[in-house]
Design a protein. Structure first.
Length: 117
């Protein structure tokens, strides 16, 4: 149980860090629009956390894994790839929505630049 609590604390810390990062970018827009963006920011932060974790597992195990079938083994795509692809599509859509909220080329570039680091 202690390990679960520690993992949950780490996850919450990572989500809060991403929420804080995104909120700093959004501070430059008016309060009414910022309030509307809060849930989008929280969902984007959670999605990014999922992507990072799945990406780590895929990198660790490789994009192709062996699946044992009685006497033989077959190669197959990593089982997380479909979920990773789905979350990536959602995250990309959220990035587009985020950029629409910002409506500022400079802020959009800042958002994209920060995601690359």
């Amino acid at each position: 149980m202690g390990d679960e609590c520690a993992r949950e604390d780490i996850i919450n810390t990572r989500i809060k860090a991403e929420i804080n990062r995104l909120t700093k970018i959004f501070k430059k827009i008016d309060k009414k629009r910022l309030k509307s963006a809060e849930k989008l920011i929280a969902r984007a932060a959670f999605s990014l956390l999922l992507l990072e974790d799945m990406e780590g597992e895929i990198k660790r195990d490789g994009p192709v894994t062996k699946m044992q079938q009685r006497e033989y083994a077959i190669d197959r795509a990593h089982p997380l790839i479909p979920q990773y692809t789905a979350v990536l599509k959602v995250y990309a859509t959220m990035q587009i929505q985020t950029m629409r909220f910002l409506r500022s080329r400079a802020l959009c570039l800042q958002l994209c630049k920060l995601d690359l680091g």
